[in-house]
Write a protein that binds this ligand. Structure first.
Ligand SMILES: [Zn+2]
Ligand SMILES: [Zn+2]
Length: 161
């Protein structure tokens, strides 16, 4: 994403060893939660880990190519839904993209710092997550998903500007 700035950016994707470890950890987490890491779920998570940045669903569908078979969009959307529900990935609504979770070991509130220049995203623990949860409980809501999104410039783009 984000080719509207012309300066160089650091590669953020993980190497093969790191991806293998992350996938193994994700699989263990699924087993723990009584869920199955099916081939499509694993493949979509692998693509997100390889990208190391937020990826749009149609790019995931295009890159999917498991065993030379093109993905059917519902397969990818269902896999994304699962990854989001289990906290292995997050959907960033303001840029309609998905990103592999980089902090949690279960479903959790997340906050993203999003660079409007290069599209870099960084997951941080939302400072207001706990307070929002308490407000929700007081209002009788059971929150399933909280994602806070902050837009601006990443360090590399700030230096380049
Ligand atoms: Zn997360
Ligand atoms: Zn940037």
């Amino acid at each position: 994403m984000g080719s509207h700035c012309d300066h160089a950016h650091d590669e953020t994707g993980l190497d093969a060893g790191e991806i293998g470890r992350a996938l193994a950890a994700a699989e263990a987490r699924c087993v723990q939660q009584g869920e199955r890491m099916t081939a499509p779920r694993r493949r979509v998570l692998e693509l997100l880990l390889q990208a190391g940045e937020a990826v749009k669903a149609y790019d995931l569908i295009a890159r999917y190519g498991l065993d030379g078979v093109a993905a059917k969009p519902p397969t990818v959307y269902r896999a994304l839904e699962f990854l989001e529900k289990t906290g292995l990935a997050h959907r960033i609504a303001s840029i309609s993209a998905y990103v592999a979770c980089s902090v949690g070991d279960r479903a959790h509130a997340a906050a993203f710092l999003i660079c409007d220049c290069c599209g870099a995203t960084e997951e941080v623990t939302p400072p207001e997550g706990e307070a929002l949860q308490q407000a929700a409980t007081a209002a009788g809501y059971a929150l399933e998903r909280t994602t806070i999104e902050g837009h601006g410039r990443c360090p590399a783009c700030r230096v380049a500007a």
